[in-house]
Design a protein around this ligand. Sequence first.
Ligand code: S3P
Length: 195
Amino acid sequence: VSGGKPVRSGEIPLVWPQNIILVGFMATGKSHVGRILSGRTGWVLSDTDAEIVRRTKTSIHQIFQEKGEDAFRILERSVLLKVCAASDQIIVAGGGAFVDSENRQRMLGSGLVFCLSARAETIHQRLNSRSVRAGSKRPLLMGANSLKSIQSLLADRAGAYAQANYVIETDFMTPEQVVQAILRVCYRESTNGRS
Ligand code: S3P
């Protein structure tokens, strides 16, 4: 993402979009970027995984293990249905949420969707860093954190992720730079008269 007027916090005319929605593969920085964006804009942070944990009082890992991925996806869809009906939020969606076409249409219809992307090698490195492993909620890659399995899942999802309104390649960006890029787009969109 490039161009547009730099945006300083405190003067962000976020008259549009309804929500800022972050999608993309695991370990692309969605949660971190979402938290900064929420602080910067004053918009509520709605994280689909956190909402699932809150609703079920069960960890993501445990849901996958005890109920399976299909049950998790049903919960995810139901959470998205509710979250996307509201506005003025920074929505952080779990990595698989945007792959489902119903979820995708819902998200595209309720805000500006940014896909944070990264190369398989970057994701592999991030997923295998100690701090990420310690708090892992990524049962899909449990025991299969190999570069190959990441490449394969990324390839399966590439078509869906490409349907986001904007794709931001995060490999060489800090979370703060990603936030700035997103806010620049929002500023540009709002001054382009979209509403
Ligand atoms: C998943 C990503 C995870 C979590 C679940 C499934 C996926 O969220 O929703 O483990 O299918 O890619 P993050 O993208 O926040 O890691």
